[in-house]
Design a binder for this molecule. Sequence first.
Ligand code: NDP
Length: 414
Amino acid sequence: MENNKLDLAYEKEFKDSLGLSSYDPRVFEAEHIHLFDVTWTDEKGEKHTNKGYRVQWNNKNGPYKGGLRFHPSVTLDLFKRLAFEQTFKNILTTLPMGGAKGGSDFDPHGKSDYDIKAFCEAFMDKLAPFIGVETDVPAGDIGVGGTEIRYLYERYMKVTGKHDCSLTGKPLDLGGSLCRKEATGYGLCYITQKLLDTCLSTSFKDKTVVISGSGNVAIYAAEKAMQLGAKVVAMSDSTSAIHVPNGIDLDIVKEIKEVRKGRIKEYPGAIIIPTKDIWKIKCDIALPCATQNEIDLEGAEALVANGCKVVCEGSNMSCTEEAVKYLQSHNIYYIPGKASNAGGVSVSGLEIEQNKAGESWSFEKVDARLKGIMETIFENIYNTAKKDGRNNDFVYGANKYAYDKLIEEYGTNL
Ligand code: NDP
């Protein structure tokens, strides 16, 4: 087995957040790491080999569950961190799901449909022996959307002969759930709304909101924030950010990013600024929804200087450790992604429930369950922090609530 330990810096960060001094291998080591070569043939007949990964961290809370990421930057260390985080995130949802993560260094950007399908099939040929509805249920993540899930699941059914729905994020005709596309962004706004209500006796109404990214999470966070009465004044992509002081028209963003697959700077009449300068825009609420480490110390300082009160993460690990410390020490209400972006995996959990029951729930039913789950997550992390005298420290609240639940499931204390 590969080195199955979490990298030391991250282990220390987690332990420090809870004041833990002892080392528990059940918490800090992956149960299984699967590494495999994926050899596939492109449409010109040329062979390529990519790396495949599946890190199954912990299944004490239920079958392994976590996304597949196809991106050239992935490493085993990254997947280990993400699988560890996923374990805690999944416990926070209160649904029966363990933690895992995986994927490949394959880059789907600019690839033909033929090549994406060929890669997905070769990837699934290697992954299939390790997954199943009672063992491990992967989903999409960066670079793995509905198209890839379709290719992966169709291949899974072909090679295993099983139709057990052991992937989530499936297209509707293959047993997918309504509201999955909206889930992470909507869920982010539901938990933020609960925070605003509980801690500041206010709501999204008339608040100025900055949202980074313009992908799946960002677009549906913007949609829900606007539905709840906020004005979203900035969004971004990997090339630039736009500032629209009177409020963004989301239909235009959807047309540019979802339909035309264009660049955010094509938004007519917007002030165009460098991507990272988005945090210099004055706002009440910042929702980072693009990628990891997108708010560094400089970004956090700019947000505080401009009077931002709330930062809730839509992307995974949006803020650097330094940025988190700075925000918290300046009394900003900050919710880490493991709690605030758990909406996506929650609806994946609800997709499993629907598949097992042979049902297809309405959008409204899934959305209502999602809202309830996000509000429960907030209550649990808020109350845990309060109980231990760490009022409004939601990093502590999330880590402590999930860690205690995990240890409780083992039925022992350290
Ligand atoms: P998408 O690929 O749909 O969108 C990502 C967006 O972020 C794109 O607009 C992309 O720009 C932009 N982006 C990428 N890199 C940077 C960068 N360095 N600076 C600024 N913008 C950047 O991904 P998702 O919306 O699905 O996911 C976003 C994040 O949320 C990821 O961290 C993901 O792991 C996390 N997440 C997603 C969930 C989901 O359900 N989708 C669930 C939980 C977490 P461009 O268009 O130029 O590529």
